[in-house]
Design a protein around this ligand. Structure first.
Ligand SMILES: C[S@@+](CC[C@H](N)C(=O)[O-])C[C@H]1O[C@@H](n2cnc3c(N)ncnc32)[C@H](O)[C@@H]1O
Ligand SMILES: [Zn+2]
Length: 160
């Protein structure tokens, strides 16, 4: 089934940050549930191993729920999978009655890109490759330079 590309508050178009993005179709008040993050749920142990050799390996459309379960937007996902990451976002995700929504943190003007902080978490010691694999192009003044929820160790900062 093709993915629907517009809803009450949003539409999909090419983004300057990366690929396609979600954009505000009209002014959106603060606190609005803009779109549900849909997909197939699975326990973390069902996550297939990533083939690091593939360029798309780090293109993530998997959302991690508070209880550790995952929502895979590759399977029966909707346009929420097109929302890009920002380190200073105008949206956040919330879980309500076991569903996940992208919600505005502030008033969003018509035409602005809908962005949330992915807060991606990877275990283990920081790997230099992550600087490239998870590089952030959000361009905000507070940009961490990486989409992960961790600081770049001092020894790598000169590379960003
Ligand atoms: C859920 S998708 C977002 C939609 C994506 N733009 C597309 O066209 O499919 C997540 C992927 O988008 C890219 N992405 C999202 N936000 C980004 C950012 N701020 N900087 C660089 N890449 C970003 C990364 O490749 C990330 O793995
Ligand atoms: Zn950033």
């Amino acid at each position: 089934m093709p993915i629907v590309t517009r809803g009450e508050y949003w539409f999909v178009k090419k983004s300057k940050l990366h690929g396609r993005g979600l954009f505000a179709r009209k002014d959106i008040p603060k606190g609005t549930l803009i779109i549900e993050y849909k997909g197939t749920r699975m326990p973390p142990e069902d996550l297939p191993d990533i083939d690091e050799s593939k360029p798309e390996a780090h293109h993530t459309v998997i959302f991690t729920l508070d209880n550790g379960w995952l929502i895979d937007a590759n399977r029966r996902g909707n346009a929420a999978q097109f929302a890009n990451h920002s380190c200073n976002p105008n949206c956040e995700t919330i879980e309500e009655a076991e569903r996940v929504y992208i919600r505005s943190r502030k008033k969003i003007p018509k035409g602005a890109e809908i962005l949330y902080d992915y807060h991606l978490y990877l275990e283990g010691p920081f790997k230099k490759e992550w600087l490239e694999d998870y590089v952030c192009h959000c361009g905000s003044r507070k940009c961490r330079k990486i989409m992960l929820d961790r600081k770049i160790p001092k020894k790598y900062r000169h590379l960003t």
